[in-house]
Design a protein around this ligand. Structure first.
Ligand code: SF4
Length: 370
């Protein structure tokens, strides 16, 4: 991507419109991507972040990722995590193994769980209900975020129940929120290229919309840096914004980039200024999503720090375990607090639905200097 040092005349107009807090159109977002310089976008995005949140916190959370199975029949071309069903090499965690992992995570300070796995239709629906209810019984205060749209849609298929009924059962078992994962790039062309067996855009939207309607909020993301066009990046953001206008169920949005994992998949190395530009465009364009996260785990601490000055207000960490992606992550709460403090922000712990208050009593100074 060429560096742009000066804004075009029309990019200036769009930046002014955004600075005045008027909603910009997808066409105007594309003008920013193509014709505005990164620093101008960064300034507007940072100002909007301050107006929307009216505080100087940068937040973090403490969660453990548990991947309950790596058997999967979806075969996304970028995935190095899955094992083919029936090859005998993969795993399915037992309820006890999941509880043991959460016990360890709790000792490490985590009070949030992120449960996700491959799509394995041979697993009965009761398996999902049991793992959720067992974790909830053992750790009543643990927030459970689980199951991406493609997993939930598979449960709909194997049970023959409606999606709504599936979600109600999961919620009754203890599910608190859902990740808007598996979105990658929400255009049919890109889904055909990278994950033709995954939920279509329409199905992804149906799954998320039903989750939100059933009182299961969550996050959404974009993963870019493959063969997508800039138009498709904006199209993805527009799918999310339109859905959010209807449901208000997304509490945060996380842009990240594809990482090299398999030879079946073409990626390009996204220049840092382009990643940060897209991050800023997310803050400007997604005017109905309160929190924008920058992934320190995927993009590293340097990019993460500048991301907090480019519209983001959260670092998507601390992650106690991550099997799917390589990780540059922060491993402890102390590291997160040091990182955010040195970036010039007041660190604030949150849970997965952005409650900050229950952590008010944390001894931050003690954590920073001990
Ligand atoms: S990314 Fe998820 S859905 Fe795709 S192949 Fe890997 S485990 Fe399966």
């Amino acid at each position: 991507m060429e560096g742009i040092l000066y804004n075009s005349e029309r990019a200036e107009k769009v930046l002014q419109k955004a600075a005045d807090r008027e909603r910009i159109t997808p066409e105007e977002a594309l003008i920013l991507y193509n014709e505005a310089d990164f620093l101008s976008i960064q300034k507007v995005a940072r100002d909007i972040r301050e107006q929307v949140l009216s505080h100087k916190y940068a937040s973090y959370t403490m969660f453990r990722v548990v991947n309950y199975t790596n058997y999967c029949n979806v075969e996304c071309s970028f995935c190095s995590f899955m094992d083919e069903i029936g090859n005998g090499k993969g795993y399915v965690l037992t309820t006890q193994e999941i509880i043991d992992k959460m016990e360890y995570a709790k000792q490490e300070g985590a009070d949030q769980m992120f449960l996700q796995g491959g799509v394995y239709p041979e697993l009965p629906f009761d398996y999902y209900l049991e793992i959720i209810s067992s974790v909830k019984n053992k750790f009543p205060n643990m927030h459970i975020r689980a199951f991406s749209p493609v997993e939930i849609l598979s449960m709909e298929k194997i049970t023959g129940m409606s999606l709504r009924e599936v979600l109600r059962e999961l919620k009754k078992a203890g599910l608190d929120s859902v990740p808007g994962a598996g979105a990658e790039i929400l255009t049919e062309r890109m889904r055909q290229i990278i994950s033709p067996k995954k939920a279509s855009v329409k199905e992804w939207v149906r799954a998320m919309e039903t989750c939100h309607e059933e009182g299961l909020p969550g996050s959404a993301n974009i993963v870019f840096g493959s063969e997508e066009t800039r138009e498709e990046v904006i199209e993805h953001l527009n799918v999310v914004r339109e859905l959010q206008d209807r449901t208000h169920g997304f509490l945060s949005f996380i842009p990240w980039t594809f990482q090299p994992q398999t030879k079946k998949f073409v990626i390009r190395s996204v220049p840092t200024h382009e990643y940060l530009k897209v991050l800023g465009i997310c803050r400007i364009f997604l005017d109905n999503i309160p929190h924008i996260e920058t992934s320190v785990m995927v993009l590293g601490k340097g990019v993460g720090q500048i991301g907090l000055y480019s519209g983001a207000d959260d670092i998507s960490s601390v992650v106690i375990e991550e099997n799917v992606l390589r990780s540059f992550g922060l491993k402890t709460e102390k590291e997160a607090i040091k990182f955010l403090t040195s970036a010039g922000f007041t660190p604030k712990r949150r849970d997965l639905v952005y409650n900050y208050d229950k952590y008010e009593n944390l001894k931050e100074k003690e954590l920073i200097f001990s």
